[in-house]
Design a protein around this ligand. Structure first.
Ligand code: ZN
Length: 291
């Protein structure tokens, strides 16, 4: 039993290496039952949903304010494989909102520190770190063999690169953005829904268009309070879990706009752009997902 294992480890002074504990299959099963007990009892999850989560594979692109939070909750939920992708290093100005890092981690690669931390938090899953920078020529490779992609980015150009790869491979894309006291969230599943470029066309006037559509994508100039990406990252994790367990995903084809100053939450319908250069006329020939 799990509790006996932990007691034994306390006795032998090996508690710090719990993530690396050698459990036989029975002990692992018992531990998993205890670990997920409170969420398996939910009718929305159940044993079936938990099994789906354990067989799921998710890529989180960017492990900053949004990505550390979504990664934490997907780890805790028991998503079987998580790939965290980030080429950046941890800096002092990251610490107030990027919850997987401590001052001891300064100047070290975010992806490696995040992956190690997540693996410690849940030794029942597999977490992989990728420190490559997302480029148009490596994106499909970095996002290969995942069921969905979670957005933890802070710039639009990389988002467009991710979006194009997701449309091409029919991979659902959980979009999130946060700045100041505002945030946005949606789930793109082309061809059923439009894509990011339907929502925000990729052209020189993007900035003005973003303001028109109230999409918040940058926090470098406006600043951000840690709780803002904390909330949006948590919502991204919820939408991802719903997607992976085939629970109805209300944000497919809809954009949630959150204004935490006034605590105003609005959902608007998104329409496909019939002229979209990325998703228009794309067929769902690749049927590796059923979302
Ligand atoms: Zn599109």
């Amino acid at each position: 039993m799990f509790f006996n294992i932990r007691k034994d480890k306390y006795k032998t002074g090996h508690t710090h290496t719990f993530a690396g504990i050698n459990m036989n299959e029975t002990e692992k099963t018992n531990f998993a039952e205890e670990y997920y007990k409170r969420q398996v009892t939910m009718k929305e999850i159940g044993n079936k949903g938990q099994q789906k989560l354990s067989k799921s594979r998710v890529a989180i692109v960017g492990v900053g304010g949004l990505g550390t939070v979504s990664a934490l909750y997907l780890t805790l939920a028991g998503v079987g494989y998580i790939r965290v992708i980030d080429h950046d290093t941890i800096e002092p100005h990251n610490l107030h909102r990027q919850i997987l890092y401590t001052p001891d981690n300064l100047h070290q690669p975010k992806a490696k520190i995040a992956a190690n931390r997540l693996q410690q938090i849940n030794p029942l899953i597999k977490v992989e770190a990728v420190t490559e920078k997302i480029q148009p020529n490596n994106t499909e490779r970095l996002l290969t063999e995942v069921d969905c992609v979670v957005d933890g980015l802070d710039n639009m150009q990389t988002r467009y690169t991710i979006n194009r790869a997701c449309v091409k491979t029919n991979t659902p894309y959980i979009f999130g953005a946060a700045t100041g006291m505002e945030g946005n969230l949606t789930v793109f599943t082309p061809p059923k829904t439009g894509c990011l470029e339907c929502l925000i066309p990729n052209h020189p006037t993007t900035t003005a268009k973003e303001e028109d559509t109230q999409i918040q994508t940058q926090n470098t100039t406006r600043g951000v309070i840690g709780a803002t990406p904390g909330i949006i990252g948590s919502l991204q994790a919820i939408e991802t879990i719903k997607l992976l367990t085939n629970t109805k995903t209300n944000l497919k084809g809809k954009l949630l706009i959150c204004d935490f100053t006034d605590m105003d939450f609005t959902t608007i319908n998104l329409t496909k752009n019939t002229q979209c250069p990325t998703c228009h006329n794309k067929n769902s020939k690749n049927t590796k997902t059923n979302y």
